[in-house]
Ligand binder design. Structure first.
Ligand SMILES: Nc1ncnc2c1ncn2[C@@H]1O[C@H](COP(=O)(O)OP(=O)(O)OP(=O)(O)O)[C@@H](O)[C@H]1O
Ligand SMILES: [Mg+2]
Length: 328
């Protein structure tokens, strides 16, 4: 959209499919199309959110972008470097500039390691500085994420879920990355703790100039932290806009449906709140992509045209939307 600075990450035409096991010797091999020809930018120092239901391809898209999953097509430029052209050693070197925070702070930390060693590991792997300097750096990282340096000697089970996510964040920050992929970083946490971690991420972004590619199925979370938002549906981006535009004037019927069923973070803290299903019905199978609009089967506005013609993602000068009948 209207960014003055060059994006830190620019993704063009990314596609990822997974081969399925053959059914019998003569069976044709099927491919699961998890990500279909998507393009997006992460502006430097900002947050791009990717939202969508479970299975829409958010994780696959993000992991393919940083080459943790293999893509079949696409060009990814990170800080001006074409990532898909790098050798594995060159890619290894680049990894210090891009880190990942995962959803589950329980399984992503090795229970047998002291948390100081866990945070220090990326520094050891990348051979950053001398060993003494690394310890000082780890202590500094603990303070940066709101932990005490004397907690470095403890084990993961001695921390709460929110504290463990702080440890994951400290570890991700160790090599001074420019980009952090956050894959549902607060989904496993209690609602009250979610806000603390999101605030920490915002503070770190401001202080360190970080850029985030932020994945969530939760629009309340996305509204809190993202500058730009891409909505994914069955492997495609169906709408992309600034936070303001997306939340105030959603154009795609799927975005509208998501917004209508997503309560704000504040309301969720009230007693008795239960998370409901996002949108009624199920998306089509990614093994059998419909020929028209992928959302047509669940869309209240779908016509014959929607069932037969795939709507292209089109930029209207302000936002991109893939719908034959955007909000009118
Ligand atoms: N390694 C794999 N092999 C085969 N299929 C996969 C693999 N990883 C993901 N998929 C499929 O690709 C599609 C997209 O999955 P992905 O995990 O990217 O979705 P997601 O949007 O991150 O969902 P969630 O919100 O549940 O994390 C799904 O249909 C999933 O089953
Ligand atoms: Mg995922």
């Amino acid at each position: 959209m209207s960014q003055s600075k060059a994006p830190i990450l620019s993704v063009e035409g990314l596609s990822v499919s997974f081969p399925m096991p053959r059914s019998g010797i003569f069976g044709e091999r099927q491919y699961l199309k998890a990500v279909r020809d998507i393009s997006f930018d992460v502006p430097a120092g900002k947050t791009l959110g990717i939202v969508g239901e479970s299975g829409s391809g958010k994780t696959t898209a993000a992991m393919a972008t940083i080459r943790l999953t293999e893509a079949q097509a696409g060009v990814v430029e990170f800080n001006g470097t074409d990532l898909f052209k790098l050798s594995s050693e060159e890619m290894r070197q680049q990894r210090q500039h891009m880190q990942v925070i995962f959803q589950d702070p329980y399984s992503s930390l090795n229970p047998r390691d002291r948390v100081g060693a866990i945070v220090r590991e990326p520094l050891d792997l990348m051979n950053v500085g001398d060993p003494k300097g690394r310890d000082a750096r780890v202590a500094e990282l603990f303070e940066l994420v709101g932990l005490r340096p004397d907690q470095m000697a403890l084990f993961p089970h001695q921390f709460s879920g929110g504290q463990r996510q702080r440890i994951s964040i400290a570890r991700a920050l160790a090599t001074n990355p420019a980009l952090i992929v956050c894959d549902e970083p607060v989904s496993a946490l209690d609602v009250a703790i979610q806000a603390q971690i999101l605030n920490l991420l915002r503070k770190l972004q401001e202080e360190l100039g970080l850029s985030y590619l932020f994945i969530s199925h939760d629009l309340g979370v996305v509204q809190f932290i993202c500058d730009e938002i891409a909505v994914m549906y069955l492997g495609e981006i169906v709408e992309q806009a600034s936070r303001m535009d997306l939340f105030s004037k959603p154009q795609h019927p799927y975005t509208k449906a998501l917004l209508e069923t997503a309560p704000s973070l504040a309301r969720r803290k009230s007693a008795g709140y239960r998370r409901e299903a996002l949108v009624e019905g199920d998306p089509p199978s990614p093994l059998n992509i419909p020929k028209g609009c992928a959302f047509a089967g669940r869309c209240p506005k779908a016509t014959e045209k929607c069932l037969n013609e795939r709507p292209e993602l089109t930029f209207d000068g302000n936002r991109s939307v893939a719908c034959h009948f955007p909000n009118d």
